[in-house]
Design a protein around this ligand. Structure first.
Ligand code: FES
Ligand code: FES
Length: 155
């Protein structure tokens, strides 16, 4: 099969990747071809949420999206959240709540929490648990993540 060029918008900038093979995931292209290592590769099977990015405004597991599917579309990764050196409120809340330990789950969680708060600015704890059910964390026991989301919702 032929390799292709993929062009899309990433974090507001036009980007392109050459020689992309049909089997490559969007996650691989982001991390290995475009120098955007924010989205993490933990399971590569759509089960942990550490690779979550926005695709046309919808959170997706980038490991499950073929890179070619991003052609002409709008991608936002965790690198697109901060304004210069100023962290986004969701990122700040994670730091303040102590919800970042190894940090592997954090980029995906930041995207998922951002999406939740866009849809539900004042989520209940069950709302938060449901929204983050696809994002696994092996370090924190989740309570500090819950606190981070409550904090972000208040900010
Ligand atoms: S790396 Fe994509 S869901 Fe785990
Ligand atoms: S902080 Fe380590 S997996 Fe969540």
């Amino acid at each position: 099969m032929r390799s292709v060029r993929v062009t899309c918008t990433i974090n507001g900038q036009p980007r392109e990747a050459d020689d992309v093979w049909p089997g490559e995931s969007l996650l691989y292209v982001l991390r290995e071809r475009l120098g955007l290592p924010g989205a993490k590769n933990a399971c590569e099977q759509g089960e942990c949420g550490s690779c979550t990015v926005y695709l046309d405004g919808t959170p997706v597991c980038a490991c499950l999206v073929a890179a070619g599917q991003a052609q002409g579309r709008d991608v936002v990764t965790v690198e697109g959240f901060a304004e210069g050196t100023e962290l986004h409120a969701v990122q700040k809340a994670f730091v303040e709540a102590g919800a970042v330990q190894c940090g592997f789950c954090t980029p995906g969680l930041v995207v998922a929490v951002h999406d939740l708060l866009e849809r539900q600015p004042a989520p209940s704890d069950p709302d938060i648990r449901e929204a983050l059910a696809g994002n696994l964390c092996r370090c924190t026991g989740y309570e500090k993540i819950m606190e981070a989301v409550r904090l972000a919702a208040r900010s």
